[in-house]
Structure formats: structure tokens, C-alpha cells
Design a protein around this ligand. Structure first.
Ligand code: NAD
Length: 489
């Protein structure tokens, strides 16, 4: 790196107890701009001691009662203020998200707007989480109280750095918990900026804390901390299993939002133009780094050739580039390691007998040579027994298989250890609803692009997770229920 670059790389700090701090060891690490492979910033490399300080701050803020016993309408207004600040800063935050993840700016703007929407939605719920009175025998009054549970940990992936954090932090705060958040080590920047907004909005010191560093280094200290009462992890199945094991030492609650290998099912009677757009967006948005990517195309044999022609043309037309360039339709992968992973899977697929119908390599253009780009890729001739049909590639790779009739579509779609999302394209209403009922997925989209809202549940079946986030019921994950029985005699 040149001297000038070294001087202009900003240093970020962690946010603990309402203060910006370095790691106690003074250690830092570099985060990169994946479009160029250049250093974007330096952030503290936290360790168990830093995690301990953050959990202590969150515990004190919980015990202090200023947040949890606050008039819930006021708590809601503060959360609403957070959402307003995110909207006011949308341009800057989206630019930072693009610089750190590589995603096109338009997609990053959508992420920040969605983060603000999560805060708006749960701000409105802050004074609506209520218990019930229960009819019981005798002269008794029986009722329930819904109480916050304490310090909650939020462990966040790198594909949607701010929005995945906002999705679980907003309901946790709405009901009066305190928070220690850990961004993915590749992409910590927008979550640190979010902490700034929390402070400005009036969230008391210690209620929101952000620690940075590696998952394996911080994970045990955070999730296994005796004062952490709940962990919300969005990440891979492998990490989910580790987190559950760590949490078992305290029997603390675990909310897991994990990976997917999602079928996008196109019947012969589908509107092919619309289906084509949805299939392309479903796999190439965010360079395919999406838990709910429609990564497995199942197409009814009769329309396979027609659909493939459109998909291959669409994939080849995509413009790879820096997410800040206005004509970029797909950015780089987040890191060299992710690009290697994608390339390895494409090699596995071809060795298994799949045929590359589009992409299948990194681009060769000189201007893309510094970044972690990989071409939008379509693997044809894929069958259920292949690894590329079963394992989450987490990149811009669509596998294509054919089916014959509804039962075959259901059988292939459900032949997966994952169960997060499924898309169905048909004009037949009966078929559509039968598919929705039979598919083993927490989210089903019918004649619809992958779309979600703060008010609609988002969660996976099978190894894709153990809970739903978003929606009115999401708050119940973040409260404990107390039953009070009063004898009136
Ligand atoms: P990951 O599992 O590698 O990491 C997720 C988070 O866990 C990161 O913050 C990481 O530092 C942390 N972590 C890693 N090891 C840990 C450990 N031993 N203890 C505690 N924390 C640890 O996942 P990723 O690569 O960041 O993200 C991609 C994965 O996330 C994919 O599988 C994707 O499908 C999934 N994902 C799921 C959803 C959903 O809503 N279901 C959304 C986005 C991403």
C-alpha cells in the first residue's frame, strides 16, 4: 500500500456502553472493498475481554431499568427516530454498504430502506405486546406478563450486513431487551454507523453495543456468556450448529436463520417472461449471496428449452462491475475465499456431469481484474443426486433440472435438507395452492419475485432454521412469559 492510501484508510472503533473504543489489546484488522481488492477501513479485532465489557454494559443497562421500564410508547418513538435517521443517511449508508459488500448501489439502498422499515414496524409494536387474562376455576384472577429477557446477542452475516442486524435488533429493543451485536468480520461498517444513529436517537448508553472481530474468536465468549439470555444468529448451518452447542451450556434461547437451497419451480403453463425475470433476479441479485436465492431451477420438461434460451441470454447480458457504477447489474463476491468457493462448486458440478450453459468462470476484462468477480453461471443437466443440487453454493450459480408433472416437482423440490424459500410459476390456481401446501419451505412465493416485508414472517424449515423473524409474532421470541395466579378469596 502507498503512504497516501495508508493515511486515508479510516479507523473505526467498537461501540460499548455508549462510547467508541478500541479493542483492549489495540489489535485491528483490515476490511476490503471487494470490487477492487483494496483496503477500505480498519476495525478493532475484539476478543473475549471486549465481549465481556460489552455484555457487562448491556447487563447494567438492562438492570438500570431505564430502557425496559420506559413508557413503551416512548421506547417506540425512540426506535422510530432510529428509522428516521437511517432514512436521512440512506445515501451515505448505502454507499458504505456497496463499498464493503460490492453489491450494486440500488440494492444497497433497498437494504438500508428495509432496515429503516424494520425499525418503523417494531417501533409501532413497542406498546402492543401484551399479556392475557385466563379463565380459571374458583375465585381467582389469572394473567400473563410478557417481560423482556435481558441481554440479547445478534450475530450477523456479511451478505446483508445492516438489514439482517436490524431484523432481529428492532424487535429485541422494542420489548425492552438490551443488545450486543456482532457483525460479520468482512462487513462491520454499516452496523457501526447504525450504533451512531442509536445514540443520536436517544437510546440510553449500554442498550446497544457493537463488537467487531472474528466469529470463532468472539462467538464462544459472547454466546456462552452466562449473562446472554438469547442469541439470534443469521448465518450458515455449520455456524448454527456451533451456536446451539455453545448456547446449551447456559440453556439460553437460540433463534437460527440459516442457509437455503431453494427451488424455483416453473410449470409449462407459467407466464415465461415474468418467470424468466424472477428466476434471474432470484439467483443473481446480490451475486447470488442470498439465503433465499432461487438457486435450483426446476422446470417442467415441455418449456425447458424456451426458458433456457431466455435465461442464458439474460445471464450473458448482465453487466459486471463496481456497485457504485450506475450500469452495474451484478457486483463481485464479497471476498476471494467466496469466489474460490463458487469456482470449486462449478468444477464439482461439471465433474458430476453438469453442463455450463452460461458463465462458469471469472471475467477476463482488465478493469475487473482487481475484484472478486464471477460470471453469472447456469449449470444445465443437474440431477438431485449431485452435490451442486444439494449444497448451498452461495454465489451466482443456478442449477437447472427438469420435472414431469406436479408430483415430480414436489418430490424434487422437497428432496433437500434445507427448507427456506420456494418459488412457483403457474397460471393454475389449484396447482399453485397445492404446491404452497406441499412444499417444505418457510416462505413460498407464487408468481412472485422473491419479496419480503417487515410484517411478513421470514424463517426456514428443516436445516434452514428454527424460528421466524419479521411479522407480529417475531416479538414473542424476545419476551419471556410469566403467569400470575391470584387467589381472591
Ligand atoms: P457464517 O455462518 O459464516 O457467519 C455468520 C455470522 O456468524 C458471522 O458474524 C460470523 O462471524 C459468525 N460466526 C462464525 N463462526 C462463529 C462461531 N463459531 N460462533 C459464533 N459466531 C460465529 O455465515 P456467512 O458466511 O456470514 O453468511 C452466509 C450464510 O448465512 C449462508 O449460509 C446464508 O444462507 C445464511 N443467511 C441466512 C439468512 C436467513 O434469513 N435465513 C439470511 C442471510 C444469510
Amino acid at each position: 500500500m502507498t503512504r497516501l492510501q495508508a493515511e486515508t484508510v479510516p479507523n473505526y472503533q467498537m461501540f460499548i456502553g455508549g462510547r467508541w473504543v478500541a479493542s483492549h489489546s489495540g489489535g485491528q484488522y483490515a476490511v476490503f472493498n471487494p470490487a477492487r481488492g483494496s483496503v477500505l477501513a480498519r476495525v478493532p479485532r475484539g476478543d473475549a475481554e471486549d465481549v465481556g465489557a460489552a455484555v457487562d454494559a448491556a447487563k447494567r443497562a438492562f438492570e438500570d431499568q431505564g430502557w425496559r421500564k420506559m413508557d413503551p410508547s416512548k421506547r417506540g418513538r425512540i426506535l422510530f427516530k432510529v428509522s428516521q435517521l437511517l432514512r436521512e443517511r440512506l445515501s451515505d449508508l448505502a454507499k458504505l454498504e456497496t463499498l464493503n459488500t460490492g453489491k450494486p448501489l440500488g440494492q444497497a439502498k433497498g437494504d438500508i430502506a428495509m432496515s429503516a422499515r424494520h425499525f418503523e414496524y417494531f417501533a409501532g409494536l413497542a406498546d402492543k405486546v401484551q399479556g392475557s387474562t385466563i379463565p380459571v376455576p374458583g375465585n381467582r384472577l389469572d394473567y400473563t406478563l410478557k417481560e423482556p429477557i435481558g441481554v440479547t446477542a445478534h450475530v450477523v452475516p456479511w451478505n446483508y450486513p445492516l438489514v439482517m442486524a436490524a431484523r432481529s435488533i428492532a424487535p429485541a429493543l422494542a420489548v425492552g431487551n438490551t443488545v450486543v451485536a456482532k457483525p460479520a468480520s468482512f462487513t462491520p461498517l454499516t452496523l457501526l454507523k447504525f450504533a451512531e444513529a442509536c445514540k443520536e436517537a436517544g437510546i440510553p448508553d449500554g442498550v446497544v453495543n457493537v463488537v467487531t472481530g472474528g466469529g470463532d474468536e468472539l462467538g464462544g465468549a459472547l454466546i456462552g456468556h452466562p449473562d446472554v439470555k438469547l442469541t439470534a444468529l443469521t448465518g450458515s448451518v455449520e455456524t448454527g450448529m456451533k451456536v446451539m452447542k455453545i448456547a446449551s451450556s447456559n440453556l439460553s434461547r437460540v433463534i437460527l436463520e440459516l442457509g437455503g437451497k431453494n427451488p424455483h419451480i416453473v410449470f409449462a403453463d407459467a407466464e415465461l417472461e415474468k418467470a424468466t425475470t424472477a428466476v434471474l433476479n432470484g439467483i443473481f441479485t446480490n451475486a447470488g449471496q442470498m439465503c433465499w436465492a432461487g438457486s435450483r431451477l426446476l422446470v417442467e420438461a415441455g418449456v425447458k428449452d424456451a426458458l433456457m434460451t431466455k435465461l442464458v441470454a439474460g445471464a450473458n447480458e448482465m453487466k459486471l462491475g463496481d456497485g457504485l457504477e450506475p450500469d452495474t447489474s451484478m457486483g463481485p463476491l464479497v471476498a476471494q475465499s467466496q469466489r474460490d468457493r463458487v469456482a470449486d462448486y462449478v468444477a464439482v458440478g461439471t465433474a458430476e456431469g453438469a453442463r455450463i450453459a452460461a458463465g462458469g468462470a471469472a471475467p477476463t476484462e482488465e478493469e475487473l481484474s482487481g475484484g472478486y468477480y464471477y460470471r453469472p453461471t447456469i449449470l444445465d443437466g443437474v440431477t438431485q443426486n449431485m452435490r451442486v443440487a444439494q449444497e448451498e453454493i452461495f454465489g451466482p450459480v443456478l442449477t437447472v433440472s427438469t420435472f414431469e408433472g406436479q408430483d415430480d416437482a414436489i418430490a424434487q423440490a422437497n428432496d433437500s435438507e434445507y427448507g427456506l424459500w420456494a418459488g412457483v410459476w403457474t397460471r393454475d390456481l389449484r396447482k399453485a395452492h397445492t404446491m404452497a401446501a406441499e412444499l417444505e419451505a418457510g416462505i413460498v412465493a407464487v408468481n412472485e419475485e422473491p419479496i419480503t416485508f417487515p410484517q411478513t414472517p421470514f424463517g426456514g424449515f428443516k436445516k434452514s432454521g428454527n424460528a421466524s423473524e419479521q411479522g407480529i409474532d417475531a416479538v414473542s421470541s424476545f419476551v419471556r412469559v410469566k403467569n400470575v395466579s391470584v387467589n381472591l378469596d
